[in-house]
Design a protein around this ligand. Sequence first.
Ligand code: AMP
Length: 214
Amino acid sequence: MNILFLGPPGSGKGTQAQNLSSYLKIPTLSSGDILRKECDSGSQLGKEIQIIMNKGDLVSDDLIVLLIEKFLIKNDSNGFILDGFPRNINQANILDSMLIKIEKSIEKVFNFEVDDEILVKRILGRYSCKECGSIYNNYFKPTVNSGVCDKCGSTNFESRKDDNEESLKNRLSVYHKSTFPLVEFYQKKHLLISIDGLKSSSLIFEELKKHFKL
Ligand code: AMP
């Protein structure tokens, strides 16, 4: 089962991609995560990527395609979930050609729908524990005791470098201009399944599971 997760930043697709990945026992590849890993490595390429990500722009199609291609060729599981790729029509066309070469195809595309107003609160409010990675939100899910992680008791927290007002404004405008046209692209291929991203995380996961027979 080869699956794509589409949706604006903060729509919850990353969390659900991980949930579904454990459930279906197939790997998930988040394009944002592989780029952040490169940034953390301190390489020259990573420094260049970081500048682009901080602004909320997309990195070049050539670069991201190279990273995704490596993953697809190496992947020998019974499927995969791509989260955050493709991000524009050109990437989607390149993905189609790559899949033809390796004799695979996309079977389902889940599109997470959430209004911009909610996305802003979700993203600007989000932070995570530096020790155990638990995710919180100032508006929707604060820690029970202020400044203390519910799970591990740590008082060290961090936010993503691109989760600030200026970058978010650009990320949302890039989403509407470049990524949203993919909804129609996959609708025409009869692959699109809409998900109401305003529902609770557990309800969304239950809904996703219904699309698979294990
Ligand atoms: P995400 O974690 O999916 O929100 O992605 C964070 C950032 O990584 C984006 O704002 C882009 O700068 C970059 N990025 C992630 N996926 C892609 C992609 N498929 N194409 C270009 N840039 C990407």
